[in-house]
Design a binder for this molecule. Structure first.
Ligand code: HGY
Ligand code: MN
Ligand code: MN
Length: 403
């Protein structure tokens, strides 16, 4: 028993979503509680904990004599609305457990080892996925990030200030990146690959390129009872038409995915024809050129659907991440350390994908018996959680000796 299940049990009641699952948005109260939980565990292990100017929490293990650039592991603690218990927290708890496993073996890394907890990985609050790692890696303009607005009208700058951080200090952290030899993130598998392979742990091969676009359709708000059908310019109808068309466009492209999981009418009254409808498109494909082509078709489909209802549409890109192939030599080292682990790609984005642009990164995936994620049904069996933590310890131990 590595204690991963017990640690996850300790946070099971934090940030519960009344609709099921969790709603742990970045820089919010649940996030703070989870950070305190992590800090307590890290400090109980004698790790040196600090939070950097981008809101990333670092817990350092610097054994006597350890030198050189660091081996870093970790993940995130925030969730999507209605998210599962493992997406993010499994990687953080497994990192703590991996330190315990190495110590129980009497192994101390030859290099400094850190556990990093990245804020707002899901982008559920400010719309930009992997916000903390993007700020660190210089993958988002700090001023653009600070101006991002959540559903309550708070900017990221407001949230940072309220969370004890200085908005003007966020931005690329070249010194921190230069101090890292490699980053290995353990994550619940968000699919059925390992179930089908009958294996508990996989090595990450690649991350599907993905982006998010906000579609806004403006029409004429009016009374549901006094407005004849022939006199309407209803953005809800245009949006409904567009959503079906977007689904059909993605269906027609092998390996493409397009999802509309969020739609917001204004004002949203039962007896009111909406004046505006916004919805968000999440589109993904292994080939970035195909993703670009898909979203160009989406723009056309949205314009056509809007025009058919006498409405006007705009499409705004909120985030775009290229397909990432994880570092080949790092994957080779992981294969040496974990010879039984298959290699799997993933359609889910991760901080490791953002950091891969700046430092060697890799991932480990742990079997999810339901294959479901971003849902309360996401699951990892306790025995597989232990196997994942031991695999992470094996990997970190090997990397601290060979990188
Ligand atoms: O959306 C994703 O792919 C990731 O879970 N943030
Ligand atoms: Mn996720
Ligand atoms: Mn995740």
């Amino acid at each position: 028993m590595t204690g991963v299940a017990r640690m996850l049990g300790e946070i099971a009641s934090i940030g519960a979503d009344p609709r099921g699952g969790y709603a742990r948005v970045g820089y919010g109260p649940a996030d703070r509680e989870l950070r305190e939980w992590f800090t307590g565990h890290a400090e109980a292990r004698g790790l040196d904990v600090h939070r950097d100017r981008n809101g990333i929490v670092w817990a350092w293990w610097r054994p006597p004599g350890a030198s050189g650039t660091a081996i870093v592991t970790g993940s995130h603690l925030d969730s999507v609305p209605g998210g599962g218990a493992y997406d993010g927290p499994l990687g953080v708890a497994s990192a703590l457990a991996a330190v315990d496993v190495l110590r129980a073996r009497g192994e101390a890394p030859d290099r400094p080892l850190a556990i990093a907890v990245f804020p707002e990985e899901e982008g559920s609050r400010f719309g930009l996925a992997c916000l903390g790692s993007r700020l660190m890696a210089g993958a988002v303009d700090p001023d653009r990030a600070l101006a991002l607005v959540d559903r309550e009208g708070d900017t990221l700058a407001d949230a940072l200030r309220r969370d004890g951080l200085e908005p003007g200090a966020v931005g690329p952290d070249r010194a921190a990146l230069d101090d890292i030899a490699c980053f290995v993130e353990l994550h619940v598998e968000q699919g059925r690959g390992l179930v089908d392979l009958g294996q508990p742990v996989a090595i990450g091969a690649a991350i599907l390129g993905h982006g998010r676009w906000r579609v806004t359709i403006d029409g004429q708000g009016n009374h549901a009872g006094t407005t004849l059908m022939s006199d309407r310019r209803d953005p809800m109808v245009a949006a409904a038409r567009a959503v079906i068309e977007i689904r059909d466009l993605a269906r027609a492209i092998p390996d493409a995915r397009a999802t509309v999981g969020r739609i917001e009418p204004v004002p949203g009254g039962t007896n009111v024809i909406a004046s505006r409808v916004s919805f968000w498109v999440d589109a993904r494909h292994p080939d970035d050129a195909v993703t670009a082509m898909l979203i160009a078709s989406v723009r056309d489909a949205v314009a056509t659907a809007a025009a058919a209802e006498g409405c006007v549409a705009t499409v705004h890109e909120e985030s775009l991440s290229p397909t990432v192939d994880f570092d080949r030599s790092l994957r080779e080292r992981l294969r040496d350390a974990l010879p039984d682990a298959p290699e799997l790609g993933t359609g889910a984005g991760h901080d490791a994908g953002v950091l891969a642009e700046r430092i060697p990164t890799a991932m480990l995936f742990v079997r999810n018996p339901t294959g479901v994620s971003h849902s309360p049904e996401e699951l990892v069996d306790d025995a597989d959680a232990d196997l994942g933590a031991v695999a992470l310890a094996d990997a970190l131990g090997a990397l601290s000796r060979s990188v």
